[in-house]
Structures are given as C-alpha cells and as structure tokens.
Design a protein around this ligand. Structure first.
Ligand SMILES: [Zn+2]
Length: 309
C-alpha cells in the first residue's frame, strides 16, 4: 500500500518529468494543465521537481515575457555589474534589500536579477528564488541559502518573517512593483525607473488600454486580470480581435504559446489600469468564473485584489 500511495496524491498520479516540463512551458491541453495545477497545490514533491526544471530562455526567474526590447544590452550589463558588487558587499554584512521596478523596466529588472543570480552562483554563493506565480500566496519559507530572492514581495506584507532579517552571510532581495511598495507604505532601497524616452513610449499604450477599459467591458476585465499579474490562457481571450492588446507569449524559438499577456507586460497594464479600476477589481473577480477552474490563478488574483483595497 505504501508504494501505491507514493505514486499519487489523492486520485491524481504524480506527473512525469516530461509532463512537468510541458506544464512549465504551457504546452499541455487545458484540462491536463488544470489537473497538474491541482496536483501541485497538494504535492510538495512535484513542486520541488518543477522548481528544479531549467527555465526556457524566454522566461526569467520563472516568469514569461512577451518579446519586447526597450533597453539596450549595454544598459543591462552596466546594471548587472552595479548590482553584483552591491549584493556581494551586502551579503558579507547581511542585508534585506527591497527592489522596485515598474512598467517598461520589468523585463530589465528580471533579466538583471537572473544574470546576477547565475554569476553569484558561479562564485559559490547558494541562491534561491521564491514567490513566483506558481507558488501560491502564503509567504514562502526562507530556506538556508546564502542569498534568496522573493518575487512579488509586497503581496506578503506586512509580515516578511525571516525575509526581513539582516544577518552576516545572508542576503534577502525582496522584489516588487513600485505601486505595490507604495501601497504598503514601504520605500524600496533600489528603484529601477524607466528613462524619459521609455516613459514617452509608454503613453500610447496606456491610452490604448484606458480606451479599451472605458468602452469594452469584456476587454477591460481581461486587461484587469492581466494587470493583476496573470497570463491568460487562450481560451479566455476572444482571439479574433485585432485591436486586443493581448498578444501570444512566444517560446525561445518564437513559436506562440497557448497563453497571452499584455503586449508590454502586466506591470505596465497595472500602471495603466490600476488607479482607474482598483475599486472594481474585487467585483470583477467574482464574475470571472473561468479563473476559479485554476486554483493557483484564483489565489493569486485574490492576493492582487487585496493589494488594491
Ligand atoms: Zn506529486
């Protein structure tokens, strides 16, 4: 009996490694995706296996990106070197560093953190990443690594537990959107703000989103979901609307995945729609029945709603 029980949790068997790989890249049919999402909710063994899978190159720190480049590669390398020396010094004395990005700096932020992480690991630093969209809404435990990154950190306010500790030889990096840090009244230590040019590039996108939200109820709900930090399965998007700001996510070969995101990232969407619709978010959550079929998504949406109150 013990052997039979170890093959499954409840009625669902543990997915194979190749199924987990396809799950992580959104390559499974929706029902299989939901089944594995349910299973991961219950099964720490498979969550661990999933966390250990190599991420495809179009993802950074477990998060997918639409293919938009607004930052020159030279800016990325400069940032990486600055943060690397800053973090290495902070690790020696012990620190909890709060990092904020916004709008157009989202991709740069995650890319820089991913590269800094791999260089620190190469230097022998143990480093872990916690708190991405697949890991639920309760504060993840701070494991025993030298350095640890907590993604979407403001969601877990006010009690950051061990993540706020400063001890020699331990570095905590708490990452979040500047709006979320502002909402909880915390001033970040590092704020990656867009350049003036990037802000100008933002204007037409923000205007397009606001226009969509004002005129098209269905569109505004999808945009809000996306603004709340969710990539949307194709099945939830009408698909034929050429004006839709939701574009397919692509893999590293440029092939579309069956998920969509706002063309310029969810953080940008939240900037565009957050002030406009924050009070409506909880009402909209209740009307979005398709989301409740994916419990981890629903949990994450509720935590985003809590941030907006
Ligand atoms: Zn399992």
């Amino acid at each position: 009996m013990a052997a039979a029980q170890s093959d499954r949790i409840g009625t669902v068997p543990h997915p194979s490694r190749s199924e987990l790989v396809r799950f992580s890249r959104y390559l499974l049919a929706p029902l299989a995706l939901i089944g594995i999402d349910d299973h991961l909710h219950e099964c720490s063994r498979c969550r661990l296996l999933l966390a250990e899978l190599p991420a495809p190159p179009s993802y950074a720190l477990g998060r997918p990106f639409p293919g938009v480049e607004v930052i020159p590669p030279s800016a990325l390398e400069g940032l990486v070197r600055d943060w690397l020396s800053r973090f290495q010094n902070a690790l020696a004395s012990g620190a909890a560093i709060r990092i904020a990005g916004e709008g157009l700096t989202e991709k740069l932020l995650y890319q820089a953190l991913a590269i800094v992480s791999s260089r620190m690991r190469r230097d022998g630093v143990q480093l872990e990443v916690r708190g991405n969209v697949f890991h639920g809404t309760s504060l993840p435990p701070r494991m025993n690594a030298d350095a640890a990154i907590l993604l979407e950190a403001p969601i877990f306010a006010p009690n950051f537990g061990e993540w706020s500790e400063c001890r020699p030889g331990r570095l905590n990096l708490l990452v979040g959107h500047i709006c979320d840090w502002n909402r909880i009244g915390v001033r970040p230590d590092l704020h990656l703000a867009p350049t003036f040019d990037a802000e100008l590039a933002l204007v037409p996108v923000v205007e397009r989103l606001r226009d969509l939200a004002g005129r098209n109820r269905d569109g505004s709900e999808l945009a809000l979901l996306n603004a709340a930090g969710l990539d949307l399965p194709d099945a939830m998007c009408s698909g034929s609307d050429a004006q839709s700001p939701l574009v397919p996510l692509v893999d590293d070969r440029g092939l579309p995945l069956p998920w969509r995101a706002l063309e310029w990232g969810q953080w940008l969407a939240r900037e565009a729609l957050g002030p406009f619709h924050a009070n409506e978010l909880l009402d909209i959550i209740q009307r979005l029945s398709p989301v409740t079929a994916v419990p981890m998504m629903a949990a994450r949406l509720h935590s985003s709603g809590a941030l907006c109150r």
